[in-house]
Design a binder for this molecule. Sequence first.
Ligand SMILES: *Cc1c(COP(=O)(O)O)cnc(C)c1O
Length: 380
Amino acid sequence: MAKLRTKTVHTGVYKDKSYNSVTTPIYPTSTFYFDALGKNKGYDYTRSGNPTRTALEENIAELEGGVGCSATATGMAAITAVLFFLKAGDHVVTGDDIYGGTYRLFTQVFTPLGIRFSFVNMRDLDAVAKAVNKDTKMIWIETPSNPLLNIVDLEGTIAIAKKKKLLSVVDNTFLSPYFQQPFEFGADIVVHSTTKYINGHSDVVGGAIIYGNKDLEQRGRFLVNALGVSESPFDAWLVLRGVKTLVQRMEAHQANALAIAEFLEGHKNVKKVYYPGLKSHPQQKLIKKQMKGFGGMLAFELDTKKVSCDQLFTKLKYFSLAESLGGVESLIEHPWLMSHASMGEAALKASGITKETIRVSCGIEDAQDLIDDLANALKV
Ligand SMILES: *Cc1c(COP(=O)(O)O)cnc(C)c1O
C-alpha cells in the first residue's frame, strides 16, 4: 500500500477524463443536467455532491484510514453535523479543555436543544467512566488538547465507549493524520478543522468528517446535505492543493516547534512550556504509544512580572498576533482573551489556562530566525 506522503499527492485527484489535467478541475456549478429522467453522471446538485469536493473527500478519507469523508464549510460545520447524530435527552462526555468554539457550540447551542454534556478531565479514565450515565451516547475526544497539549488516552477512552456502545469521536485537528490516526485505536468518527494543518496556508476555512464504517457514512452524508454545511468547490480545491504538502509541512512545523520549545524552556522569563516533544511533558508513555509525532503547537507560561504580554506581542516580527493555527506562518496568541475567551472565567481556570498562558503555532520559517525573534521580544 502506498505511503501517506504518496497518497496526499495522488488520492482522489484525477477527475478530468476530458483533458487529463494533473490537477483536479474546479466545478463551480450549482446543478448538473440529466441526460434523461433518472440518468446523470453521479451528481445532481452541489450541496449534495460536487466532483471537486469528492476529490478532497477521497483524499482525506484515505489519509485517515476511514471508509469515507464529508468535506464541510468549516470545522464547526463538521462538529455541528456530528452532534446531529444525537437527539434531545442524549448525553455526551467530553474534556474540560476542548477547543473554545466546540465548548461554545456544546454549551450555548446544543444544551438549549436538550443535549447534555459532562466536561471532565479526560486524562483521568476513571473520571471519564464515572461521567457515563444511562443517557450517554457519545464520547468526544480532543488530543492533544488546546492550548495546554494534554494527551487523552485514545485506546483507553475508546474502550470505555465500546463497552457502553457509545459513539467515539476524535477531533484530530492538532496532529493531522500524519502524526495520529484515531481509527487505529477504534474511533468511530474523526473530525478536522481543515482550516488548520490539512490546508495549511491560512487562506481558507473548512472541515471534514471521516467515517469509520458505511452506516455512519450514510447518516453523516445525509446530515451534511440536510443541514447544508458542505464545502464549496472553490474552497475544496484550495484544501486539496494544500493537503499535497501535508507531510513536508508537518515535519517542518514539528522541527521548529521542538527548537522553540527547547529555547523557551531554558529562558528565565518563561515559567513553564507545554510541548509533547519535551522530556518535561508528563505523559511520555502515551505520547510514544499513540502519536507518530509531536506537532507544531506549543504553549508556555510567560513570567508577566518580568515581560508583559503586550511587550512580547508588539516586539515580535515574525509571529503575528492572531487566532487560528496550522498555517505556514508563525502565529502567537493569548487564549484567555482570544481563542478561549468564550469559555468564561470559571471554565478557563478549571482547565488550567491562566492570564499568562501564551499559545504558539510554529510556522515553517527558519528556526533560528524565529528563536532570535523570540529572544529579542523576551528581553527585559
Ligand atoms: C479551529 C478548530 C476547530 C474549528 O474549526 P473552524 O474551521 O474554525 O470552524 C475545531 N477544533 C479544533 C481543535 C480547532 O483547532
